[in-house]
Write a protein that binds this ligand. Structure first.
Ligand code: ATP
Ligand code: MG
Length: 178
């Protein structure tokens, strides 16, 4: 099964991200845009594993306080078939400490293989091609700055169910008091 560890986002974040993604879609001639219920922050992508057990053990070993999460300006990863658009997150010490603790715990279970630097982001759309008349400055100006507390990490399973990308929680780990 395809697994990753994520931060669930509160409903007001999903509303704001959904609006941003819809406005981006309206200004695009191509793209796959994140569905409202699928917004999340990936802390660690694990890929295909035979089961959730080792990932659950790793999460049980994560002992860090809860932390606050704040959005940062949007950005893009260009690609051959279009551009991935995202909203950034501030690389605040609490977030980075939680990610570090998680990577150490995953490594302890032999689950850590991703050498890429951590660029925390919330994906709005992939393979996006904008229309000529898209006003990126106005789009960016309308993005609200969001803040929330994070008090748990979630082991998620990623599946295509009848062609539809679906993420389902398998296990939740509560974080400590700050
Ligand atoms: P799809 O790949 O079907 O278009 P998706 O990328 O959202 O959709 P997954 O590939 O299962 O679904 O990824 C789950 C989460 O892990 C997403 O947040 C995705 O951005 C992230 N992710 C996927 N692959 C990697 C990778 N190689 N490195 C880092 N993060 C990844
Ligand atoms: Mg993917």
């Amino acid at each position: 099964m395809r697994l990753f560890i994520a931060v669930d986002l509160p409903e007001p974040w999903k509303d704001a991200l959904d609006q941003a993604a819809r406005r981006l879609a309206a200004g695009s001639r191509q793209g796959t845009f994140t569905r409202r219920e699928n917004f999340h922050l990936t802390l660690a992508f694990l890929g295909e594993l035979p089961g959730p057990e080792a990932a659950v053990r790793a999460l049980e070993q994560v002992r860090v306080p809860g932390f606050s999460l704040t959005t940062a300006p949007p950005g893009r990863f260009p690609g051959g078939r279009g551009t991935l658009w995202w909203v950034g997150l501030e690389p605040a010490p609490g977030l980075l400490a939680a990610r570090e603790a998680l990577v150490r715990a995953l490594d302890g279970q032999g689950l850590w293989m991703d050498p890429k630097p951590f660029l925390p982001h919330l994906t709005l759309g992939r393979q996006v091609r904008l229309r000529e008349d898209f006003d990126a400055a106005a789009w960016e100006a309308a993005l609200p700055r969001l803040t929330c507390r994070v008090d748990r990490l979630t082991l998620m399973r990623s599946q295509r169910i009848q062609g539809r990308l679906t993420y389902g929680p398998l296990y939740r780990r509560r974080l400590g008091k700050p």
